[in-house]
Write a protein of this length. Sequence first.
Length: 255
Amino acid sequence: MRFDDKVAVVTGAGSGMGREVALGIAAEGGKVLIFDLNGEGAEATAKEIIDVGGTAIAEQGDVTVAAEIAGAIDRARAELGGFDIIHNNAGVQLEKRLHETTEEDWDWVNQVNMKGVFLGCREAVKAMRETGGGSIVNTASILAHSGDPFLPAYTATKTGVLGLTRAIAVDYALDGIRANCVSPGDMETPMIEKYFNATEDPAAARAEMEGAYPAKRIAHPREVANAVLFLASDDASFVSGEFIIVDGGLTASTY
């Protein structure tokens, strides 16, 4: 029960890894505000938690709007009794080579993946400085540590998330605030299904992706969520400014 008496805000928690993180925090005694642009998804995750005796509230909102993420934190404090953890997880992906990427494409990916994380971190830091600290966990990617020719905009934002996380860790340590990243490889999420379905042969695209991994499979989002739970918890009390790569050994291989 690592999250007894802890309150968390998890963005993008209506599906995928964010959902698994929210379920995991609640299963270990935490109270969770589920924040997602997809209001129905947020409600569904909250209901899952409540149905097994946990505590959660859902909020439909946009991470790119400062007032909405600030309002979610305020609501967590008012209705759940505090604010100790934020997992800035909401993100989007764009599969286009650089010369095909429009300014509108670039702005969209940066709005969600970079500005959204910046706002979540900024508002969390403001609140945590008032209450004696907390834990910030941001979702980066293995592409914060490598490159993909078909995902240049996404790669740039995830590299930026890692840099922002390190700056926060250094600046706010004396306020009791830790900031870390999880860097996942590919996972069984709606985002990856969308990617597969956009190809001419989704089954072949999946087989090619899975074949690149040493275990010949991609991750279940729960496997990545477990790393987030560690970083969010007091088990990681002296871990800050760091990242955990969760990719089944993909980036450990040269060929």
